[in-house]
Design a binder for this molecule. Sequence first.
Ligand SMILES: Cc1ncc(COP(=O)(O)O)c(C=O)c1O
Length: 461
Amino acid sequence: MDEIKRDYVFHRDLTKKYPMITHGEGSYLIDEQGKKYLDGCSGAVAANLGHGITQIAEAMAEQAKKAAFVHTLRFETNVLHKLAEKIGNMAPLHLNKVYFTSGGSEANESALKLARQYHRDAGKMQKHIVIGRWQSYHGNTIGALSAGGDVKRRYPYTPNLLHFAHVYSPYCHRCPYNRNQEDCVANQNWSCITDIERTILELGPENISALIAEPIVGSQQGAVVPPLDYFKKVRELCSRYDILLIVDEVMTGFGRTGTNFAVEQFGIEPDILTFGKGVSAGYAPLGGMIVHDRLIQGLLENSSGKFLHGYTYSGHPVSIAAGLAALDMYEEMNILQNVETQGAYLMECLVALQRKHPYISDIRGRGLLIGLELMKDANQQIFFEPREAASEKLNEICMELGGVFYPGSGSIDGHKGEHIIISPPLNIAKSEVDEIVRLLDHAFSIFHQHIRKDESYESAK
Ligand SMILES: Cc1ncc(COP(=O)(O)O)c(C=O)c1O
């Protein structure tokens, strides 16, 4: 009881003590003891320009002084137009209207509802089921969680979830369909694609409103990139069966993978593209969706131009000002070039590190979104047991050493499969990449000692 009274914060883990951060400088966070943490994951792949940027802080303060809040049901602001135009111009050709939310989960909720309303108002009353993919993440609100395939996060809420369908994504390195990538490509017979079509036909296309997918799977699989033609095939199926394709770029958007949006690399246009995190470089809660002209036309023709949805903080002027300042800075800094250069360099260093530390069983990703898969023994194909929490343990060691990454588990079947994501700020310097690699090298050596200690403890039992 005393403990409860001493700390009024409802922490994510009530049993844990968190370092108290007092401020940030560039790629570092600094705690009250003066200890520095190299932010090797941009917080949650959000603080994409690092910390302490006065240009963004000042833009937010300026806007707060002018008009901190207006309700988008009745008013609009200049910054709202400027940011929407900027994002519309970055997006694929026919995606032009931008709807704002306070983050990624709300963005995906909005997309799921828009898909339903669009079909319903066009007279397709039955269309309501969403197809998601296992080992993917779209947010923690009930709709987004139902669409996602994060087994551990879904499990406690199973009775509350919506009846959506799920297929497997193309995780070719450990294909859930037990196929071989070269074979799939050579024979143009992809199980991950035929499974989508089978699911559509089993449920009936007249019942399905949308399919949602991350272009590169983030937190759940640790930066797994699909084969080049995968999304072309998904797009083709969605168009054939009148199903909207929602691409979730909450983690990958705004340069993280080397292009403004990752979907550009796969040569398709989704019907809705959702975003969050990097849009404001983490300086304010912001997210949203960019919507295809065809859907907007549909709303104008069939719904009197009204989308029956909205949040108090949609289009919040201070968050929008943060977004505008962040996108200006990405442009001024020519961030895509830095992502390409430092991403390639980081990848090269990690490949060298793998030779030294065989716990790294796979390295994947694009740009500055890189995943390391961890195995107990890659040669003998021995996985870490989920109870060993290997990726968490590795990250705790990194934090002791003054760095932080994004650990994850369950990449293979929701339980098995450990990984960490390395996703530093997009303006990272080469010397800081070197520091990340040195830190990981040191951390893996300590990690090795822990594993050996655990093994000798187990064998002595
Ligand atoms: C791909 C993806 N979609 C959606 C979300 C949810 O975003 P938020 O936490 O801002 O609600 C996340 C968050 O990690 C994400 O990575």
